[in-house]
Design a protein around this ligand. Structure first.
Ligand SMILES: Cc1cc2nc3c(=O)[nH]c(=O)nc-3n(C[C@H](O)[C@H](O)[C@H](O)COP(=O)(O)O)c2cc1C
Length: 350
């Protein structure tokens, strides 16, 4: 089956089966895994990466599959179809995927409505739900700010945090927005709107995070980290998919496919960027994503200073029991190494 169809089916099946999946089977409930980040309680550190549930269709399922949080989207201000299919390719020999989805999604208004429905059913905030926003393809790059602001405006009420995606390789020009002048302009507007919304509604500001590409040079990455701190953004998600194709084992016909590469081959780069960011900005909250597939990977990222992690490609290869397995194995290793709770591990370098 086409990988994209298989993955859509998995979402639908997970959403349908959610009420039937005995909670005990998948959810690992243990306070040693829980922590507060930005004042929000995360029951465990393993989240669903953006792009798996671009629509917010599976909200009920994500908690039941054991995730500590889920990131919905990327959502754009306008609904859009994305690129022609096929647009996801599996590289099993490398435990990797290449995708060129192009932000297929329902648009901010429809997604907000769907999240509102989950909210009315009391399901939305059982685990923290981040909403990842990006630029609509029809919006010229110079108007990008307006597009992000429109999405934030619609989705703000439902999001536990906001991820600003300026790093997908599949929307032409998008990654140019990581350059500091453009990014600064966008982030300042979003930070302002966040403050206004919080004041108007008397509720808390939403943490805003920026999701960056692994293909930034060290200098560009440092500049982005500095900027994020200057404008008062709350964290960084490191990293999106890569255009690099180094060291792959798969046949050329697969390796040469257009799009962003994810999965195991991204792990080293993602970890190196995490280390660089924590060295440069000690206190900055980081969600580490890229090539994480088991509890040892999660351990390594948390020890290197990530507050939280996300998985995506490993779900395709590891199946729905992955998150439960990771959390159980994390607890076992914490026991073995005498780590009392997850906050002790974070940034320990262990
Ligand atoms: C098919 C596919 C679609 C994705 N769509 C998005 C997206 O819409 N927005 C986004 O920020 N990241 C998207 N990503 C990137 C993931 O969230 C993640 O950053 C990346 O895949 C690295 O993690 P992994 O190695 O665990 O897959 C997508 C990844 C895949 C494989």
């Amino acid at each position: 089956m086409d990988p994209e169809r298989a993955h859509l089916r998995a979402i639908t099946a997970a959403a349908r089966a959610a009420p039937l999946l005995g909670l005990a089977r998948w959810r690992v409930r243990d306070d040693r895994l829980s922590q507060r980040v930005w004042g929000i309680r995360f029951p465990n550190p393993v989240g669903l990466g953006a792009g798996y549930d671009k629509w917010g269709r599976g909200i009920a399922a994500w908690q039941r599959l054991g995730f500590g949080f889920a990131e919905i989207g990327t959502v754009t201000a306008q609904p859009q179809d994305g690129n022609p299919t096929p647009r996801v390719v599996r590289l099993p020999a490398d435990r990797a995927l290449i995708n060129r989805m192009g932000f297929n999604n329902d648009g901010a208004a429809a997604t907000a409505q769907r999240l509102a429905q989950w909210d009315r059913r009391g399901v939305l905030h059982r685990i923290p739900v981040g909403v990842n926003i990006g630029k609509s393809k029809v919006t010229p790059l110079e108007d990008a700010k307006r597009d992000y602001v429109a999405s934030l405006d619609r989705l703000w009420p439902y999001a536990d945090y906001i991820a600003v995606n300026v790093s997908s390789p599949n929307t032409p020009g998008l990654r140019e927005l990581q350059e500091t002048v453009a990014l600064g302009g966008i982030l300042e507007e979003l930070v302002d709107l966040n403050r206004v919304k919080a004041n108007l509604t008397g509720s808390r500001r939403r943490p805003i995070l920026v999701k960056v590409a692994p293909d930034l040079s060290d200098g560009q990455f440092d500049a982005a980290i500095d900027l994020v701190q200057e404008v008062g953004v709350h964290g960084v998600i490191v990293c999106n998919t890569t255009l690099a194709r180094d060291g792959l084992r798969s046949p050329t016909a697969l390796v040469d496919q257009a799009g962003g590469l994810s999965g195991a081959p991204l792990a080293a780069r993602s970890l190196a960027m995490l280390r660089r960011a924590t060295a440069r900005a000690p206190g900055l909250q980081i969600i580490s994503v890229g090539g994480i597939s088991d509890a040892d990977d999660v351990w390594e990222r948390l020890a290197a200073g990530a507050s939280l992690v996300q998985v995506w490609t490993a779900l395709v290869y590891g199946g729905p029991a992955l998150v439960a397995r990771i959390n159980r194995d994390l607890l076992a290793r914490m026991d073995a190494e005498g780590v009392r709770d997850i906050t002790e591990l974070i940034g320990s370098g262990a």
